[in-house]
Write a protein that binds this ligand. Structure first.
Ligand code: NAD
Ligand code: TYD
Length: 335
C-alpha cells in the first residue's frame, strides 16, 4: 500500500489528482482541506464510502490538528496542493496568500519532517518565474521573478521547500506547472469564467487588449506529470510541467465561443495590475528524466471541458454562491 496525504484535495487540481491516484488499488488517500470558497467536497462524492479514502476539514496552518492526523495513520507521500490560487484575489488582498501559501507550507514541512515522510511533493506554478518574451521559455534554472502577490507567495513557499531540502535533506520535489483547465475548475479562472458567462448570456471581460499569452495544460496531463515525478523524479529537484499550447487570451476566448456556437459579447476591461505578458514552459527535464509529455491538445481538452460544464450546470450553479457574487461584483463591477 502507498499511503498519500493530499492537501487541498477538494479544489480543482487536487480533486482531479485524487480521482487519478484512487485508480490504483494499492493506494490510500487522506485528504485535508480547509474548504475555502474554492474547496468543494462534492467533487469527491464518489469516494464517500470508500475505505481507502478519508477526509478531514482542517486548515494546514493548524499544526496541532495536522499532527493529530499524522499521528493516527501512516503517511508515505505528501502531495501539497492547498493554496490560495487566484491572482486577482491576491491583488484585492494578499494576507491569506501569505498565511496559507507560505506559513501553511512551512508548517506542513515541519510536521512531514517530524513524521519522516518518504516524499513531499510541492505543487507550484510557472508564475514564480514572472513573464517572458518570445521566443524564450522558462527552464528550472530561470530566475524567480514573481510579479503578483499570488506568485510571490508561491515563490516564497518554493524557497522554504528548497531551504528544507538543503538544510535538512528533506525528501521534497517541486513541480512548476503552467495554466491548468478542465472539469471542476472554479469559475473565477479564465476558461470556466468565460464558459459560465456564455451559458448565462453575460458579456466576457477581457483584461487589456487580450494579447497576453498563457500555455494551457489539461488537468489530467498535469496529474500524470505529478505522478511521473513521484515515481521517477529525483529528490531535491524542480520539474517544470507545460502544455505545449500557447495562445493569446483573446484567441482562446473566441475558440470557446465558437465551440459553444455563440457570437461573444466581449468587454475589454481595465487591465490587471502587473499583468504578466507571457508564460512559456520548457519541460524537457521532466520529459527526459520522467518520460512525461502532455497528451491532450488544446482542441480536445477544450471540447472535453466545455461539454463537462454544459453537462454539469448544477455544479456550476452551486459554486456560484453568495461569495462568488460578492467577488464578481468587487472584481468586475468596480468603477
Ligand atoms: P483551487 O483554488 O481550486 O483549490 C485550492 C484548495 O486548497 C481548495 O480546496 C481550498 O479549500 C484548499 N485550501 C486553501 N487554503 C487552505 C488551507 N489553509 N488549509 C487547507 N486547505 C486549504 O486551486 P487549484 O487551481 O486546484 O491549485 C492547486 C495547486 O496547484 C495550488 O498550489 C496552485 O498554486 C497550483 N497550481 C495551479 C495552477 C492552475 O492553473 N490552477 C497551475 C500551476 C500550479
Ligand atoms: P487566470 O485564469 O486568472 O490565470 P493566471 O492569471 O494565473 O494566468 O487568467 C488567465 C489569463 O486570462 C490572464 O492573462 C488574465 C486573463 N483574464 C482575463 O482577461 N479576464 C478574466 O476575467 C480573467 C479571470 C483572466
Amino acid at each position: 500500500m502507498t499511503n498519500y496525504l493530499v492537501t487541498g484535495g477538494c479544489g480543482f487540481i487536487g480533486s482531479n489528482f485524487i480521482k487519478f491516484i484512487m485508480g490504483f488499488s494499492d493506494t490510500t488517500v487522506c485528504n485535508i482541506d480547509k474548504l475555502t470558497y474554492a474547496g468543494n467536497p462534492l467533487n469527491l462524492l464518489e469516494f464517500e464510502n470508500d475505505e481507502r479514502y478519508s477526509f478531514y476539514r482542517v486548515d494546514i496552518c493548524d499544526k496541532k490538528k495536522v499532527e493529530t492526523i499524522f499521528k493516527s495513520r501512516k503517511i508515505d507521500i505528501v502531495v501539497h496542493f492547498a493554496a490560495e490560487s487566484h491572482v486577482d484575489r491576491s491583488i484585492l488582498s494578499g494576507i491569506e496568500f501569505v498565511k496559507t501559501n507560505v506559513e501553511g507550507t512551512q508548517s506542513l514541512i515541519d510536521v512531514s519532517r517530524d513524521y519522516s515522510v518518504q516524499q513531499f511533493i510541492h505543487v507550484s506554478t510557472d508564475e514564480v518565474y514572472g513573464s517572458i518574451k518570445e521566443p524564450g521559455k522558462f527552464t528550472e534554472k530561470s530566475e524567480l521573478h514573481p510579479n503578483s502577490p499570488y506568485a510571490a507567495s508561491k515563490a516564497s513557499s518554493d524557497l522554504m521547500v528548497l531551504a528544507a531540502i538543503r538544510t535538512h535533506d528533506f525528501p521534497a520535489k517541486i513541480t512548476r506547472c503552467s495554466n491548468n483547465y478542465g472539469p471542476f475548475q472554479y469559475p473565477e479562472k479564465l476558461i470556466p469564467l468565460m464558459v459560465s458567462n456564455i451559458l448565462e448570456g453575460k458579456s466576457l471581460p477581457i483584461y487589456g487588449t487580450g494579447a497576453n499569452i498563457r500555455d494551457w495544460i489539461y488537468v489530467d496531463d498535469h496529474c500524470e506529470g505529478i505522478y511521473s515525478v513521484i515515481t521517477k523524479g529525483r529528490a531535491g529537484e524542480v520539474y517544470n510541467i507545460g502544455g505545449r499550447s500557447e495562445i493569446k487570451n483573446i484567441d482562446l476566448v473566441h475558440k470557446i465561443a465558437d465551440e459553444l456556437g455563440v457570437v461573444p459579447t466581449i468587454d475589454f476591461v481595465k487591465d490587471r495590475l502587473a499583468h504578466d505578458e507571457r508564460y512559456a514552459i520548457d519541460f524537457s527535464k521532466i520529459s527526459k528524466e520522467c518520460d512525461w509529455h502532455p497528451n491532450i491538445g488544446l482542441e480536445r481538452g477544450l471540447k472535453n471541458t466545455i461539454s463537462w460544464y454544459e453537462n454539469n450546470t448544477g455544479w456550476l450553479d452551486k459554486v456560484k454562491s453568495n461569495e462568488y457574487i460578492t467577488y464578481y461584483k468587487a472584481q468586475y463591477e468596480k468603477s
